[in-house]
Design a protein around this ligand. Structure first.
Ligand SMILES: NC(=O)C1=CN([C@@H]2O[C@H](COP(=O)(O)OP(=O)(O)OC[C@H]3O[C@@H](n4cnc5c(N)ncnc54)[C@H](O)[C@@H]3O)[C@@H](O)[C@H]2O)C=CC1
Ligand SMILES: O=C(O)[C@@H]1CCC=N1
Length: 266
C-alpha cells in the first residue's frame, strides 16, 4: 500500500485525538510540530510519531499537511508556511470557521486545500469527520482525505456551505453529548447510584442508543415509541423533558454554535 506522510502543525487537543486514531493505520507516517515544545514532546512520545523541530522541517517531509491550530492562528501560520509549500502537497485545515478560500489565497494560488471538521471521538476510532473540497482540490485529493479520516471513524463529504452546520452538530457535538451523559448520570446519583455506576449506565445507554439509530432502519421518533409503555416510567420522564423544552434547548445550542462558526470567518 502507498504510504501517506502526514504532518501536523499544532499537536493540541484535536490533533492528539486524530493522531491516536491515525497511528493504528500502518499506511500512515506521521510527524508533528507545535510551537509549544512540551506539547509536541508529550504527543510525539505517547504515539511514537516523529517530532519536527520547525514548521519548515515538517513541511519538507510531508505530502499532506494538517493545520491544527486555533482559527485566529491560521493566518500567522500560513504567512510562515507559504514560502515552504509545494503545489503537489495537500493542505488540510481542521480550523472552525476558516474557509478553504482563505487558506488558498494566503498560501499558494494553486494550492490543493481540503477543509475538514473532525471530532474528538476519533481518539477511540468513532470519529465523525466532514470533508469538503477547496477550489483547486481534485477528486484524488478528496479521495485521499476520505481515506485518511475513514481510519478514525465515519466520513461525510459535504459542500463547504454546510461546514458551519457540520461544525455545530458533529464538531462541537461531543461536548453536548458529554453534558447529557453527565446530567443523566447525575439523575441516577440522586436516585441512589454510585458515581461510577451512574456514569457507566448513562454512557453505555448513549452509545447503545446511537448505535440503534445508525444500525436500525428506524427514525428516532419510532425508537422512542419502542421504549415507552403507556402510563409507564419512560412516559413520566419524557413529560419532564417536554416541560423543560429540552428539544428546543438542543436546537438553540446547535444554531448558536453554527452562528459562532459564521462569526469566526470575519
Ligand atoms: N477540540 C476539538 O474538539 C476540535 C477542534 N477543531 C479545530 O482544531 C483547531 C485546534 O483546536 P484544539 O486542538 O482544540 O486547540 P489546542 O489549543 O488544543 O491546539 C492548538 C495547538 O496549536 C499550537 N500552535 C499555535 N500556534 C502555532 C504555530 N504557529 N505553530 C505550531 N503550533 C502552533 C498550540 O501550541 C497548541 O498546542 C481549531 O482551529 C479548532 O477550531 C476542530 C474540530 C474539533
Ligand atoms: O469549540 C470549537 O470552536 C472547536 C470547533 C469544533 C469543536 N471545537
Amino acid at each position: 500500500m502507498h504510504t501517506i506522510t502526514i504532518g501536523f502543525i499544532g499537536t493540541g487537543r484535536i490533533a492528539k485525538a486524530l493522531i491516536a486514531g491515525l497511528v493504528r493505520d500502518n499506511n500512515n507516517e506521521i510527524s508533528g510540530y507545535d510551537k509549544d515544545p512540551a506539547v509536541a514532546d508529550a504527543v510525539c512520545k505517547e504515539f511514537g510519531i516523529t517530532r519536527k523541530n520547525s514548521m519548515s522541517e515538517l513541511v519538507q517531509s510531508a505530502n499532506c499537511i494538517v493545520l491544527a491550530v486555533k482559527p485566529y492562528q491560521i493566518e500567522t501560520v500560513l504567512e510562515e508556511l507559504r514560502r515552504e509549500l509545494r503545489p503537489d502537497q495537500l493542505l488540510i485545515s481542521v480550523a472552525a470557521g476558516i474557509t478553504s478560500e482563505f487558506i488558498r489565497t494566503r498560501s499558494l494560488e494553486e494550492m490543493h486545500v481540503i477543509r475538514v471538521m473532525p471530532n474528538t471521538p476519533a481518539f477511540v476510532g468513532e470519529g465523525m469527520t466532514v470533508v469538503s473540497r477547496g477550489k483547486c482540490a481534485t477528486d484524488a485529493d478528496l479521495a485521499q482525505a476520505e481515506k485518511i479520516f475513514s481510519a478514525i471513524g465515519k466520513v461525510a463529504v459535504l459542500d463547504e456551505i454546510h461546514m458551519d452546520a457540520a461544525t455545530a452538530v458533529s464538531g462541537s457535538g461531543p461536548a453536548y453529548m458529554f453534558h447529557i451523559i453527565d446530567a443523566l448520570a447525575e439523575g441516577g446519583k440522586q436516585c441512589g447510584l454510585s458515581d461510577d455506576e451512574a456514569v457507566t449506565l448513562s454512557a453505555q445507554t448513549m452509545l447503545g442508543a446511537a448505535k440503534l439509530v445508525l444500525e436500525s432502519q428506524k427514525k428516532p421518533a419510532a425508537l422512542i415509541k419502542d421504549v415507552t409503555t403507556p402510563g409507564g416510567t419512560t412516559e413520566a420522564g419524557l413529560h419532564q423533558m417536554e416541560a423543560h423544552n429540552v428539544r428546543q434547548a438542543m436546537i438553540d445550542t446547535v444554531t448558536a454554535a453554527a452562528q459562532r462558526s459564521v462569526e469566526l470567518k470575519q
